[in-house]
Write a protein that binds this ligand. Structure first.
Ligand code: SAM
Length: 281
């Protein structure tokens, strides 16, 4: 059966280019072009946007993004074996797909993108969280991207959208929800991928807010949250005892000093970070 873009089905692409999946590169490929188009649609209207895709692999999601009308796609792939397959896609969409063979952790993507930018990726599990934290913690806000539409292992997705008092709540939830709207928009079973991973996956949609939800200095907030969750079941007066007057500051922020970080909401953490910034140790 023909495909929407006239290119061969992904199974054929993988066979032709001998793209045997490498576990150390987190290679679990999506082969269903209907599914990749659906993921692309989660990112909203792509027609006026540059899309950054980290880890295009054989190009299933890339083809979805282009078929759904992305103005341009910048695809950053570490595995040079994928380049011939990606070149075939670029030929079908002249001027709309740029592929860079690089490690996304070491590349300055800004030089290659024009705003507005949306990031849409099925991230390799080994670098996914690190990339997300970088995208969430730039020195200046709003960031270079409007939205992030990212596939993670379901457990990581749950950590991003978690609410206080739940098992998955922690640093990732606070960092994400401080400056973004974050929600899970799709979950996928292992069989959606080739090879099938051991766990379920989920797509998270993060939309950058124009300004943070509550005022706080980014570095102080990150420090307080990291210390608070270092031992998540410890009382905050103990985990934050590096500050000599922490009990008084906790009370002023409306947080009982015996409370545990996992039960403290974003607004209270921001209040505490402001007090710590005003009255450093
Ligand atoms: N987008 C494809 C899909 O959905 O079928 C492949 C997704 S696969 C989960 C992750 C991809 O990221 C692989 O193609 C892998 O080679 C690539 N990758 C792994 N580490 C990378 C890195 N540090 N920088 C760029 N790409 C990387």
């Amino acid at each position: 059966m023909g495909t929407i873009d006239g290119l061969p089905p992904l199974r054929e692409v993988i066979a032709t280019h001998e793209l045997v999946a490498k576990r150390q590169l987190g290679q679990n490929f999506l082969l269903d072009l209907n599914l990749t188009a659906k993921i692309a649609r989660c990112a909203g209207d792509l027609a006026g946007a540059d899309v950054l895709e980290v880890g295009p692999g054989p190009g299933g999601l890339t083809r979805g993004l282009l078929a759904e009308g992305a103005r341009r796609v910048l695809a950053v792939e570490k595995d040079a074996r994928c380049l011939p397959a990606l070149a075939e896609i670029a030929a079908v969409y002249p001027g709309r797909l740029q592929v860079i063979n690089a490690d996304a952790l070491g590349l300055d993507v800004l030089a290659h993108l024009a705003p507005p930018v949306k990031v849409v990726s099925n991230l390799p599990y080994n670098v996914g969280t690190e990339l997300l934290i970088r995208w969430l913690t730039p020195a200046h806000w709003p960031p270079f991207w409007q939205s992030l539409t990212l596939m993670f292992q379901k457990e990581v997705a749950e950590r991003i959208v978690a609410k206080p008092g739940t098992d998955h709540y922690g640093r990732l939830a606070l960092l994400a929800q401080w400056r973004c709207d974050a929600r899970i928009v799709m979950t996928l079973p292992p069989e959606a991928f080739t090879p099938a991973p051991k766990v379920h996956s989920a797509v998270v949609q993060l939309t950058a807010l124009p300004t943070p939800r509550f005022p706080a200095d980014r570095r102080v907030l990150e420090r307080v949250v990291a210390a608070g969750f270092n031992q998540r079941r410890k009382m905050l007066r103990a985990s934050l005892k590096g500050h000599p007057r922490i009990e008084a500051l906790l009370e002023e922020a409306g947080i009982p000093p015996t409370e545990r970080a996992e039960r403290v909401g974003l607004e209270q953490f921001c209040h505490l970070a402001r007090l710590v910034a005003e009255r450093p140790a």
